[in-house]
Write a new protein. Structure first.
Length: 491
């Protein structure tokens, strides 16, 4: 009997089912790969975000105890300010589509407030980079910067300055990324993880901010000598802990810049500009050179009497600039390999191509410095004109913690910079008399904070005074009728 029904096991149906199954497997593999890449990028971003904690510990340990609360709050707010600025306009300027417009070489023109954007892992990753660039500057202005100044420059960096640089160097439409394309020479901006776009930018702004703010009180002699008084931080353990956290974070800072974690030959390494294209010996050479550059710039800052408490300029600008040069000199396609091949008659690396690439990276470094300077100098000048750049001298002397935030990081007597009215009496180099005579009026003046100390918060009470017997001293108080009595006072 004839049967017109199709045989489900026919070769044609079997082949179709195999194609459908293969397509389904490819879709599953693609989804898995995308989810894995998103997980990898978010994981690296979380580690980089943890670097904010490292910067907070490092800066808190490097400043004096009277400014600890201030620097911690600044680092906390940095993350909050940066995410708002980068969400509103930063991402759009960095990675927004620009179409065929010539302006697309310089900035993006779409996806403001993340409209019609679905690359959220990439946004999160780039946001923590922007927050890092802002945080670096806070070390250069520590202990003397007005809070309004910090909010202003942090907003400008995360929402405008850094995103524009990102578009130039990392967006496919940026002029630095496009480079020069010719028959024999092809250049592009080489900066794998932000030596220039993050560190050179932030270091340049740190120099500008430190110069315009001026040195901390007592840092340099007012006379013509080159002598300087080192102002040490209050906690070596804090600074060391912050340094270790940053070491851990920089592994993700560099390794997370790998665009595809499943691509063979890529991985986490330890240098920003050329960490994906250097041999181990070249990485060691780059690190050594960066250390020498830091030492030279740190000494130069002292000679110029520019006070940078955490050496933000020397560390980040010096290291970032050297990284941009080193990647074009000792990487696998660099000048050193080109010259060696030229000497030995090999044609593996073109010397002219290597020198052209070095020249392009140098040009891009100049552009980064100029852009960072031209955009931030007006901001600091305006704040200085408005008297919002630096805190008053009296507040700086006594510390920003209590006056600006009403919160001491440590017991009040630990500050030793004016909040304790008996500071001069408590000087460890002087013997304290046990029979000091004072009138009731003098005693009242000492404890009347609202009239004798205009900078102290009204009614600030610190019970820790009563917990330390070493600060208890005896005095004889003479009343108006001549009666003398013992009185225990606290310093």
């Amino acid at each position: 009997m004839a049967d017109n029904a199709e045989d489900p096991m026919s070769s044609e149906n079997y082949s179709m089912q195999l194609k459908l199954m293969n397509q389904r497997l490819e879709d599953i593999q693609m989804d898995f790969t995308q989810n894995t890449e998103a997980f990898f990028m978010c994981s690296m971003a979380l580690v980089i975000f943890f670097m904010q904690c490292g910067f907070a510990f490092l800066e808190a340990g490097a400043v004096r105890s009277k400014n600890t609360t201030n620097i911690l709050i600044k680092n906390l707010l940095d993350s909050c300010i940066a995410v708002i600025g980068y969400w509103a306009i930063g991402w759009a300027l960095a990675y927004g589509s620009a179409g065929e417009s010539a302006l697309g070489l310089f900035f993006g023109q779409s996806q403001f407030f993340l409209a019609n954007m679905d690359e959220y892992p990439k946004f999160f990753f780039q946001y923590v980079f922007a927050a890092t660039a802002s945080t670096i500057v806070s070390g250069a202005v520590a202990e003397r910067c007005e809070f309004a100044t910090y909010i202003s420059y942090c907003s400008a960096i995360s929402a405008f300055v850094y995103p524009i640089l990102t578009h130039w160097g990392w967006s496919d439409d940026g002029w630095m990324k496009k480079g020069i394309q010719g028959d024999s020479i092809s250049t592009t901006y080489i900066d794998f993880a932000g030596s220039g776009l993050v560190h050179l930018c932030a270091g340049t702004i740190s120099l500008i901010a430190a110069y315009m703010l001026g040195p901390r009180i007592g840092r340099f002699s007012k006379r013509g000598e080159e002598q300087s008084a080192e102002i040490k931080g209050h906690s070596v353990p804090f600074a060391a802990l912050g340094g270790f956290i940053l070491m851990f974070g920089f592994l993700a800072f560099n390794g997370g810049s790998v665009p595809n974690m499943t691509q063979r030959g890529e991985g986490m390494v330890s240098a920003c500009a050329g960490c994906n294209n250097m041999m181990p010996w070249a990485s060691a050479f780059t690190g050594t050179g960066s250390g020498l550059v830091y030492l030279a710039l740190s000494k130069l800052m002292l000679r110029l009497k520019i006070d940078d408490p955490l050496d933000a300029f020397a560390v980040h600008a010096g290291g970032g600039l050297w990284g941009l040069f080193a990647v074009c000199i000792i990487s696998k396609d660099g000048v050193a390999y080109g010259i060696a091949d030229l000497i030995y008659g090999s044609d593996d690396v073109s010397a002219s191509q290597a020198f052209a690439q070095l020249g392009w990276n140098m040009l891009c470094a100049v552009a980064i410095v100029l852009w960072s300077s031209l955009t931030m100098i007006p901001v600091f000048l305006l704040l200085k004109k408005m008297n919002k750049l630096r805190v008053p001298e009296e507040i700086e002397t006594k510390g920003l913690d209590i006056y600006k935030h009403g919160e001491a990081a440590y017991p009040l007597h630990a500050y030793g910079h004016g909040w304790d009215e008996f500071e001069q009496v408590a000087d460890s180099r002087r013997k304290i008399s046990q029979n000091v005579e004072m009138s009731l009026e003098e005693l009242a003046a000492v404890y009347d904070r609202q009239t004798s100390d205009r900078t102290a918060p009204p009614g600030y009470h610190n019970p820790s005074f009563y917990e330390h017997p070493e600060h208890h001293h005896r005095a004889k108080v003479k009343s108006t009728n001549g009666v003398v009595s013992d009185f225990i006072y606290i310093i």
